[in-house]
Design a protein around this ligand. Structure first.
Ligand code: GLN
Length: 288
C-alpha cells in the first residue's frame, strides 16, 4: 500500500461526493462510507472535518467508492441497514429492508394490544429475509410469539444473527417453503413481504435491486405467483378470525383484492404507503 497524501475528512467528503456523482444520493453515500470506514457517526464526521484518517482507512474508502461506482448498494457495502429503529445486518442473501415495509409493521402492531394477559398472540412472518418484519414486531411486542420462515438458509442465518445481536428471544426461525413448515390453524396473524416483481420488469435492471436475491424479488410473469399461493392457503393456517397482511407492488392492489376475495377473505383493505401508493392489503378469514 502506497503512503497516501493526507486529506482531511472534509476534503475526503468533497472528493468522494464528486467520484460518486452518478449516484442520485452521492453526498449521502459519501458520508455513510466515510463514517463506516472511520467508525464514526455521520454527525461526528461533520464536526471532525479537519481531522485526517489512516492510510488503511483511506485505502478501504477508495475500494468502497469503486464498488459503489459500479452500482453496489450502500447497505451491502456497509453490511447494515436501519429498519424500524433497529440496525440490521444484511448481505446478498437478503433483500435490503425498505422504508415502505415499515407500514406493514405498523399495521400489525395496531392489531396487537401492548400488554396481553391471555394466551400469547402467534404471528408468522413468511419469507423473513434479514428478519426485519419479525424482529420489529417481536421487539415492540415481547409478549407475542413469532415464527419467522425462509426458504434460504443463508437468509435465515442473517436473521438469526440479527435476533441474537438485539437479544430478541421471542422468535422461532424455521427453514422451508411457505406453508410446508407450519401447523394448520395455529396463527393469529400471518404477515409477509413476498417476492412480487414481474419477471422482465425493467425495474430489475436498475439500482440496488440488481444486487438483491432474485428469489426474494421475482414471482412469475405478473409478479403474483407467491401472493396467489399465500392468499389461497392462509386460511388453513390461521386460527378462525385470523388476519393476513401482505405487502405487494404499487400496481397490484386490485389484483390482490380479487385473489383475497376468491380465497374467502373478509374485510379486505388496501393501505397506501407514504408515497400514496397501494402497498399493503389486509383481510380476515372468519369461520364459515
Ligand atoms: N419493493 C421491492 C422493489 O420494488 C420489491 C420487494 C419484494 O418483491 N418483496 O424493489
Amino acid at each position: 500500500m502506497q503512503p497516501k497524501i493526507k486529506l482531511t475528512l472534509g476534503e475526503l467528503l468533497v472528493r468522494a461526493t464528486t467520484q460518486l456523482v452518478q449516484s442520485p444520493t452521492a453526498r449521502l453515500d459519501a458520508e455513510v462510507l466515510i463514517a463506516f470506514v472511520c467508525h464514526l457517526s455521520r454527525e461526528q464526521l461533520i464536526t471532525l472535518d479537519r481531522s485526517t484518517i489512516t492510510d488503511q482507512q483511506q485505502y478501504d474508502l477508495e475500494q468502497l467508492v469503486l464498488r459503489r461506482q459500479q452500482g453496489e448498494p450502500i447497505a451491502y457495502l456497509t453490511g447494515k441497514r436501519e429498519f424500524y429503529a433497529l440496525e440490521l445486518a444484511v448481505n446478498e442473501a437478503t433483500l435490503i429492508p425498505r422504508p415502505e415495509t415499515e407500514l406493514l409493521v405498523e399495521l400489525v402492531l395496531e392489531k396487537i394490544p401492548k400488554s396481553n394477559t391471555g394466551l400469547p398472540v402467534t404471528i408468522v412472518d413468511l419469507g423473513t429475509g434479514s428478519g426485519a418484519i419479525a424482529l420489529a414486531i417481536a421487539k415492540q411486542r415481547p409478549d407475542c410469539r413469532l415464527i419467522a420462515t425462509d426458504n434460504s438458509k443463508a437468509a435465515l442465518q442473517v436473521a438469526t444473527e440479527n435476533a441474537k445481536h438485539h437479544a430478541i428471544k421471542n422468535i422461532e426461525f424455521r427453514h422451508g417453503h411457505w406453508f410446508e413448515i407450519l401447523t394448520k390453524r395455529s396463527a393469529h396473524i400471518i404477515v409477509s413481504n413476498p417476492p412480487y416483481v414481474a419477471a422482465g420488469d425493467d425495474h430489475l435492471s436498475r439500482g440496488d435491486v440488481r444486487y438483491e436475491p432474485g428469489t426474494a424479488l421475482v414471482a412469475g410473469f405478473d409478479g403474483l405467483d407467491d401472493i396467489k399461493l399465500i392468499s389461497k392457503n392462509a386460511k388453513d393456517y390461521l386460527l378462525p378470525g385470523g388476519l393476513l397482511m401482505l405487502e405487494h407492488g404499487a400496481g397490484q392492489g386490485q389484483q390482490v383484492h380479487a385473489l383475497l376475495l376468491a380465497a374467502g377473505a373478509d374485510h379486505i383493505v388496501c393501505h397506501q404507503d407514504l408515497a400514496g401508493l397501494d402497498r399493503v392489503s389486509t383481510c380476515t378469514f372468519s369461520e364459515k
